[in-house]
Ligand binder design. Sequence first.
Ligand SMILES: [Zn+2]
Length: 280
Amino acid sequence: MANPPKTRVDVHVHLTRYWRDLAGTAYRPDLAYTPKGLLAELDRAGVGTALAIAIQHAPNVAATLEEGRSLLAESGGRLRLVSTVDPTSGEEKIAEALALWAKSPELTAIKLFPGYLPFYPHDRRLDPVYEFAEQHRLPVMIHQGDTLERNGLLKFARPIEVDEVAVRWPRVQFVLCHLGNPWVDETAELVYKNLNVWTDCSGLLPNPTVRYFRETFEQARSLLTSVVATVGDADRVLYGSDWPLESIAMAVNLVETLPIPEEEREKILGGNARRLFRLD
Ligand SMILES: [Zn+2]
């Protein structure tokens, strides 16, 4: 595309000093893992804005905010701040997180990592977090499905476990990350049934050097198409890459080649995210 629209939004990237094993997990071992490197990739794919999501390995909430603020400044506002909290860290730590977030108008969303960390999304310890999200109109993104780490516990990361909180907190917007892969049918049902549930299609593509990359790409396309078909529209489906795991260009290409009308594809590539995260 000669002049791709900068209105596109990648809702799921990670640019953090706490990322472990970059060389082993990035889609390319020589990746420029810097704001400059990321912005160049976003530019090439016509993506204007990305949500830079803190990860569960950050030492504390203050560190996620500090890192997020510096990315926001360094990128001229293009890399948005998404913080995270570990609900198993205790009531006091959660209260500390809320106090810090309350003083952070730059906060764009909150991310939770069930599966990587041993808790269910309907864990009552999260009630203050959901209450805060409701009050401040902050979407809550929830890791779903496969974990990059072998010691993760998948039972905590199933979309069906989000149903209860989606019902309990109807004014909170929830994003099921990675289409809930491999439980994509559960994700489609949750998005269909709960009008406050969204999903992102990040992290579906393997490293481009694996033997069955082409087949996996086709599989991801058909999974994504099946979610849109089950829900009946693409209004709550969001483009994301999970960079550095996927190249931005390839992740965009996955959406651009979906067999659905172009205006639906552009909603996935940006319009939906701008509405959900109030980016305009
Ligand atoms: Zn991720």
